[in-house]
Design a protein around this ligand. Structure first.
Ligand code: PRP
Length: 221
């Protein structure tokens, strides 16, 4: 039997994604009013009534908290989940923050990609970039890790192309770059600790099932 007194702990990605996730959770009965106070600097919030705990973390740390079991459940982007390669179960697509992981660059870089040249690829996502070029395209490339504003890479001549997230495409347009190849679609996902999945199975299954119904209903609107 599951212990109903046990808390279910969520690690959420700080910022807009946490706000959207909390709105979804509230609709399936898991509210956390205290978290709505935008001026609060608190990081952990407890709802005694629903026996839930929430904490806010930086995106790349969410899969870490979940793998180590300090959070039963995490919500973060598919990009982060792929990049961090943590041992967690991905159980649900929340269909929030939809965007794409792409190879981008100036139009003339298209030829370098077609001819499988030894190019330089700048990215905040070296694991995803390496996997795409080495395992899917069988192209040897030089990967350079950057920490943001990756579009600078081809502009200042550090790299031939970049692997980055494209949402509206305006950052690319404003910098004279374009999408050259699409790697995969992205959105926020729910991940679960492997032990929690067994020990708190009933609660987690119920939650995932109500969320799935809600998301499907909202999509069908
Ligand atoms: C992300 C991404 C692109 C931009 C894409 O950057 O890395 O730069 O958003 O969005 P768009 O297609 O709507 O223009 P973010 O703002 O997270 O900052 P970063 O460049 O410092 O990573």
């Amino acid at each position: 039997m599951e212990n109903k007194e046990q808390y279910l702990t969520f690690a959420l990605t700080k910022g807009r994604l946490a706000d959207k996730t909390l709105a979804l959770l509230a609709k399936v009965g898991l509210e956390c009013k205290e978290m709505e106070d935008k001026n609060s600097r608190r990081l952990v919030f407890v709802n005694e009534e629903s026996k839930t705990r929430f904490f806010l973390a930086k995106a790349p740390d969410v899969p870490t908290y979940v793998e180590y079991g300090v959070a039963d459940i995490g919500v973060t982007g598919k990009d982060t989940i792929m990049e961090e390669e943590r041992r967690v179960f991905e159980v649900l697509d929340l269909k929030l923050g939809k965007c794409r992981m792409c190879v981008c660059g100036p139009a003339q870089a298209r030829e370098l990609l077609e001819h499988h040249e030894l190019i330089r690829v700048a990215s905040k996502y070296p694991v995803i970039a390496r996997d795409y070029f080495y395992n899917h395209k069988f192209q040897t490339v030089d990967i350079i890790k950057l920490n943001g504003s990756v579009e600078l890479g081809p502009i200042v001549g550090l790299s031939d192309v970049i692997v980055d997230i494209v949402e509206t495409g305006s950052t690319l347009r404003e910098n004279g770059l374009e999408v050259l190849e699409e790697i995969c679609p992205l959105s926020a996902r729910m991940i679960v600790n492997q032990v929690s999945m067994r020990m708190k199975n009933e609660r987690i299954r119920e939650l995932v099932s109500s969320l799935r119904k809600l998301i499907d209903a909202e999509e069908g609107k």
